[in-house]
Design a protein around this ligand. Structure first.
Ligand SMILES: Cc1ncc(C[n+]2csc(CCOP(=O)(O)OP(=O)(O)O)c2C)c(N)n1
Ligand SMILES: [Mg+2]
Length: 319
C-alpha cells in the first residue's frame, strides 16, 4: 500500500488547520453570546476525521455526532455554509434550523450530525445496506464516541453489519471521557476495539492523533469493506483539548493530562513529520496562514447573509 503523496499530506495539514480555526471562531461566537446555546468542539481530534475521510472517496457516506464540525468539514462541506448554519442564517446548511449539533449536507455525503448518543449507528448500517442493495461501491463511515459503545444500538449495529458483511467503517473516537465521566468509571474493559470480537469483525486500536497512521488503517479497512469482506471497528485514541461543551471548564481532568496531550497535538505531530520529510517551515507557515484566512473570509461572508424569513419558521417542522 502506497502512502499518500506529498500533496495529499499537505492537504491534510490544511484541512486540520481549517477545522482548528473554524472551531476557534465557533468558540468566540458562543462565548461572546453572538450565538446562543452550546457547542461541542473537537479540537485535538482533527486527525481522526481528516485521516479517515481523506482515505475515502467523495461518494462515500458519512454520519457523525454533535461533536461533528471536524467530520463535516473534512467531508468537504463548505466553511461558509457551515458557519451560516451555526449563525442561524437562511443560507446555512439546514436553513439555520439545525445549528452546531446538526450540520448536514446530503449532497456532500455528510448525512447528519446526531445528538442522541449512539443513535446514528443504525442509520450508518442502513446506509451501507442501501449501497449494497443499489449495487454501488459506496462505503458508509460512522464516527462516534467511546461512550456510544455502551449504548444498545452500538451492539445491534455491529452485529447486523457483520452478519450481512455490510460496507461500514465504525470509527470510535476514544477521547477518554463520556461527557464528564472518565471512561473507566462507565466501562468495564479498557480496549474498546475488543468489543469487535463479539461480532466477528476485526477490531483495531490505533493512535488517533497520527493522521498518516489513521489514513493507512482506514485505507486497508475500506479495501476490505469494498471487497465484500465486511465492517471493521477502529478505535482511535485521541483527546478533546476543550471541555465537553461550551459551559464545561473540564476541571475534572487530572493534573498534567491536558499538557501531555497538547504535546501530542495532531497538527504539531503532522508538521513535525512533514519537516522531517524535507518540507520547509515557510511552506507550513503559509498553509496555516491560508487556512486562517479562508476561515475568517468564510465567517465574514456568512455573517453578511440575511436571517431566515419569519414566514418559513413552520416549514420542515413535523407536528
Ligand atoms: C442516548 C443519550 N444519552 C445521554 C445523552 C447525554 N450525553 C450527551 S453527550 C454524552 C457523552 C457521550 O460521550 P462519548 O460518546 O464518549 O462522546 P464525546 O462527547 O466524548 O465525543 C452524553 C451522555 C445523549 N445525548 N443521548
Ligand atoms: Mg468520549
Amino acid at each position: 500500500m502506497t502512502p499518500p503523496d506529498r500533496d495529499a499530506q499537505l492537504q491534510m495539514l490544511r484541512a486540520m488547520h481549517e477545522i482548528r480555526f473554524f472551531e476557534d471562531a465557533c468558540h468566540r461566537l458562543f462565548a461572546t453570546g453572538s450565538v446562543r446555546g452550546t457547542t461541542h468542539l473537537c479540537q485535538g481530534q482533527e486527525a481522526v476525521t481528516v485521516g479517515t475521510l481523506h482515505a475515502l472517496r467523495p461518494e462515500d457516506q458519512m454520519t457523525c455526532t454533535y461533536r461533528g464540525h471536524g467530520a463535516v468539514l473534512a467531508k468537504g462541506v463548505a466553511l461558509d455554509r457551515s458557519f451560516g448554519e451555526i449563525l442561524g442564517k437562511a443560507d446555512g446548511l439546514c436553513g439555520g434550523k439545525g445549528g452546531s449539533m446538526h450540520l448536514t449536507d446530503v449532497d456532500k455525503g455528510a448525512l447528519g450530525s446526531f445528538a442522541i448518543v449512539g443513535g446514528h449507528l443504525p442509520v450508518a448500517v442502513g446506509v451501507a445496506f442501501a449501497a449494497r442493495y443499489r449495487r454501488t461501491d459506496e462505503l458508509s463511515v460512522c464516527f462516534f464516541g467511546d461512550g456510544s459503545t455502551n449504548i444498545g444500538a452500538f451492539h445491534e449495529s455491529l452485529n447486523l453489519a457483520s452478519i450481512w458483511k455490510l460496507p461500514v467503517l465504525f470509527v470510535c473516537e476514544n477521547n477518554l471521557y463520556g461527557e464528564y465521566s472518565p471512561l473507566h468509571t462507565t466501562t468495564p474493559i479498557e480496549v474498546l476495539a475488543d468489543r469487535a470480537a463479539a461480532y466477528g469483525m476485526p477490531g483495531i486500536r490505533i493512535d488517533g492523533n497520527d493522521v498518516l497512521g489513521v489514513h493507512a488503517t482506514v485505507t486497508e479497512a475500506a479495501a476490505r469493506a469494498r471487497a465484500g469482506e465486511g465492517p471493521t471497528l477502529i478505535e482511535m485514541m485521541t483527546y478533546r483539548q476543550k471541555g465537553h461543551s461550551r459551559a464545561d471548564p473540564a476541571a475534572y481532568r487530572p493534573d498534567g493530562e491536558l499538557e501531555a496531550w497538547l504535546a501530542r497535538d495532531p497538527i504539531v505531530l503532522h508538521e513535525r513529520s512533514l519537516l522531517a520529510d524535507g518540507v520547509a517551515q515557510e511552506q507550513l507557515d503559509a498553509i496555516r496562514a491560508a487556512a486562517e484566512e479562508a476561515v475568517e473570509a468564510a465567517l465574514e461572508r456568512a455573517q453578511s447573509w440575511p436571517d431566515p424569513d419569519p414566514e418559513t419558521r413552520l416549514e420542515h417542522v413535523y407536528a
